[in-house]
Design a protein around this ligand. Structure first.
Ligand code: PAF
Length: 281
């Protein structure tokens, strides 16, 4: 696996693959890779002849008081993991390559970006949409893979690709979980031992709410009970617990159709998110 940091070299490499008729997959990441990312790489192999993974800790998607500085960076270990999972190319640009002097463009996706994490983290999804649009332009993948753990991000990127006529298949890959149900996340590394145990309450609260809603209980009561469980486990504040339409991410008045149950809440200095699908007739 080669590591490339310059745009010209990336274009030469990808251009040669395209000329040979290869189908190209992109797995965009911010590094600190774990088994969840490797599931994306493995899935990417099923969709394409060549797999490119990008590692770029994108400053524009972090708010002023967020964890940009302490975000885990371990490129050598990431590269070894990628190589052992059959990744062909690591695209690891510097900040100045992604955002050269004079950079002035912002991609903003209305609607799906504005609720949930978008409300709690103003500007976050503009940063994500802008950098992913750039990555799509740079790598020109046929298919791009994203984890469903960041469900709203996936919805934003799908909307952006549709709206901008970007010819890429955006594929969502189910959340990978530890044995105790906690979703794999690079931010789990921030949790102390007690917080890591408390984190189990997040998938459990969502699972209980999903069961309750599927059994016909009122949505509001089920969401309130999930909040209560999270508070009891030590999560504070709770940014949201919500049941939304799986495509538009708007609240639903009745529990019917393709839905998503999502939550975001803090354990100490760490903000955790999780979500579950809910299909109801
Ligand atoms: O999910 C992530 O790691 C990031 O938000 C992404 C999609 C790589 C954009 O920086």
């Amino acid at each position: 696996m080669q590591t490339i940091r310059e745009l010209d070299a990336l274009r030469n490499c990808v251009g040669a693959w395209q000329a040979a008729g290869d189908r190209i997959a992109l797995v965009p990441t911010m590094g600190a890779l774990h088994a969840g990312h490797m599931a994306l790489v493995t899935e990417a192999r099923r969709h394409a002849d060549r797999v490119v993974t990008s590692i770029f800790v994108n400053p524009t998607q972090f708010g002023p008081n967020e964890d940009l500085d302490r975000y885990p960076r371990r490129e050598a270990a990431d590269a070894a993991m990628l190589e052992s999972h059959g990744c062909d190319l690591l695209w690891a640009p510097e900040v100045a390559t992604m955002y050269p002097a004079g950079f002035a463009t912002n991609v903003s996706v209305r609607g799906v970006s504005e609720t949930l994490c978008g409300a709690a983290r103003p500007g976050h999804f503009d940063g994500v949409a802008t950098v992913v649009a750039k990555l799509f332009g740079q790598v020109q993948p046929d298919v791009a893979l994203f984890g469903e753990k960041d469900y709203q991000q996936l919805a934003v990127i799908r909307r952006m690709a549709r709206d901008l006529d970007i010819a890429v298949d955006v594929v969502g890959v189910p959340t990978q979980r530890e044995d105790d149900g906690v979703a794999l996340s690079s931010r789990n590394a921030y949790l102390g031992p007690d917080e890591r145990i408390a984190a189990r309450a997040l998938p459990r609260a969502l699972g209980a709410a999903a069961d309750s809603i599927a059994a016909g209980d009122p949505i509001a009561g089920a969401l309130l009970e999930a909040r209560r469980r999270l508070s009891e486990a030590g999560f504070t504040p709770i940014d949201y617990v919500a049941l939304v339409d799986a495509d538009t991410l708007q609240d639903v008045p009745v529990a019917k159709g393709s839905l998503r149950l999502l939550a975001a809440a803090w354990l100490g200095r760490t903000r955790l998110i999780d979500n579950l699908p809910l299909e109801l007739n």
